[in-house]
Design a binder for this molecule. Structure first.
Ligand code: HEM
Length: 456
């Protein structure tokens, strides 16, 4: 195994992590990555784990040896979260292959990458503008309304339904999604020690149960109204597969988990990225103005379409910079090794937990000049054209990479552009300090705070 901090009997590396990393675990883990050359091992209770902070080593593991390093471990928390069987995010082997292919194909069938979903995103973006206009210039936190708008897109794709702002059931689901995202799965003792894995679980698990309840109700309603001649949404497609071949019937028993995965992965992440974008625009009025001028010059007042992205390089660079500086899934989703492996000369035994430190790659001085600065120019060449940078990895690396990247990119571009076209973001008072320190959970989310939205 690679070197790492001192390991004690029974407790493993927990004393070092508690002593040096309790205040800011991710900052401490990054210093370990720098110290040990981009890869180090720790023992988390009963489990061996490696952390990878160097982009090239990450590629060697997750891409070159992708089938070995892209397994998902079964953790106590995952088992308790309420799925009878894993859907796509936590599945392995044949189940994962089938669901991943099905997820990507069915998202395409329901418009992802095409005009039809572009139109849906535009409509949601314009409802969001109307909703925010109601604040009439009062300081406000635009993130909860943004979460409604973004989650409505994935709802339309999977359930064929959208919810109104203020809908009580939907608000409860969105709160539950936040609770799930803000639970810190990796450092939960129940995951680390098999002996305590029966202890009662906290709010993330009960929150997930609420989401699963809504999905189960949708399944019952869809079954009752299934139309032989038309598939209305992804849930209809799942139910049809469930009634198909013997293999499909068995696999698609996991429909609750599969739909739950798309719902949680598809709503929270994109909305949180937009939340960060608003705060960075309020903090950097010069960059915001440059984005606005570019949008105004190319689009005037008309809503953006995806084909405009190539004509708005500064806007695209700004979105990329937000995704870099506040990598939404800082430790990705946990991987593990499917069999014994060798990486950089180290033997990594089967079943070792693997943490891709995406946030550390985003903050690596070898990859980025002055990484702590918010600077969209790093994604532009001398002629002002957008330059794709390989080490921008908010969606992960290798075969497990985000299955919803295309949808997320469409949503980020259209929502961000429409918001800047319609509002100026600023501090709510001259002495307000925008708080850019993240809340650490499965995702990195901003602290709730009001900012000023002035109609353009
Ligand atoms: C800005 C938005 C998003 C970001 C930054 C993001 C990021 C990620 C990351 C880092 C992973 C884990 C990759 C790994 O395990 O190595 C992931 C997995 C996943 N994401 Fe996203 N995601 C976003 C939006 C979405 C959307 C809109 C969907 C659509 C439903 C989605 C669906 C999924 C699924 C299904 C997986 C599991 C893939 C698998 O295990 O094979 N994500 N995402």
């Amino acid at each position: 195994m690679p070197p790492g901090p001192l390991q004690w009997p029974i407790l493993g590396s927990l004393p070092s992590l508690a002593l040096f990393g309790s205040k800011d675990p991710l900052a401490y883990l990054k210093t370990l990555g720098d110290k040990y050359g981009g890869i180090f091992s720790v023992k988390l209770g009963d489990h061996f784990a490696i952390f990878i902070s160097d982009y090239n080593i990450m590629k060697e593991a997750l891409m070159k040896q992708g089938s070995c390093f892209s397994h998902r471990p079964s953790t106590a928390l995952d088992r308790a979260i309420g799925y009878d069987e894993p859907g796509v995010v936590l599945a392995n082997g044949r189940v994962w292959q089938v669901f991943r292919r099905f997820a990507m194909q069915s998202m395409r069938d329901f418009g992802v990458g095409k005009k039809s979903i572009e139109r849906k995103i535009q409509i949601e973006a314009s409802s969001l503008i109307q909703q925010l206009e109601k604040m009439d210039g009062k300081a406000h936190n635009p993130s909860p309304d943004t979460q409604v708008a973004v989650t409505n897109i994935i709802c339309a794709i999977i359930f064929g339904e959208r919810y109104e702002y203020g809908d009580a059931e939907f608000s409860q689901i969105l709160d539950s999604m936040k609770d799930v995202a803000q639970s810190v799965e990796w450092f939960d003792l129940r995951n680390m020690f098999d002996i305590v894995d029966r202890l009662p679980y906290g709010k993330n698990v009960s929150a997930n149960h609420k989401i699963l309840g809504v999905i189960k109700r949708q399944i019952v309603e869809h079954r009752q109204t299934l139309d032989e001649t038309e598939d209305r949404d992804i849930l209809d497609l799942c139910l049809r597969r469930q009634a198909g071949s013997e293999e499909d019937a068995a696999l698609f028993n996991a429909v609750v988990a599969f739909i739950g995965d798309l719902f949680i992965a598809g709503g929270e992440t994109t909305a949180t990225t937009l939340g960060w974008a608003y705060l960075y625009m309020a903090e950097h009025p010069d960059i915001q103005e440059k984005c606005f001028q570019e949008i105004y010059k190319v689009l005037g007042d008309r809503p953006p379409i995806m084909a405009d992205r190539a004509k708005l390089p500064f806007v695209e660079a700004t979105i990329s910079e937000v995704q870099r500086i506040r990598t939404i899934a800082p430790l990705s989703v946990m991987h593990s090794t499917a069999q014994d492996a060798t990486l950089r000369g180290y033997t990594i035994p089967k079943g070792t937990w693997v943490f891709p430190m995406l946030y550390a790659v985003s903050a690596d001085e070898k990859q980025w000049k002055q990484p702590a600065d918010f600077n969209p120019e790093r994604f532009l060449d001398a002629s002002g054209d957008y330059v794709k940078r390989e080490s921008l990895v908010p969606f992960g690396v290798g075969p497990r990479m985000c299955a919803g990247e295309m949808l997320a990119k469409m949503e980020l571009f259209i929502f961000f552009t429409v918001m800047l076209q319609n509002f100026r973001f600023s501090r709510s008072s001259s002495d307000q300090k925008i708080d850019l320190d993240p809340i650490l959970g499965v995702t990195w989310s901003p602290k709730p705070q009001n900012i000023q939205l002035t109609r353009r």
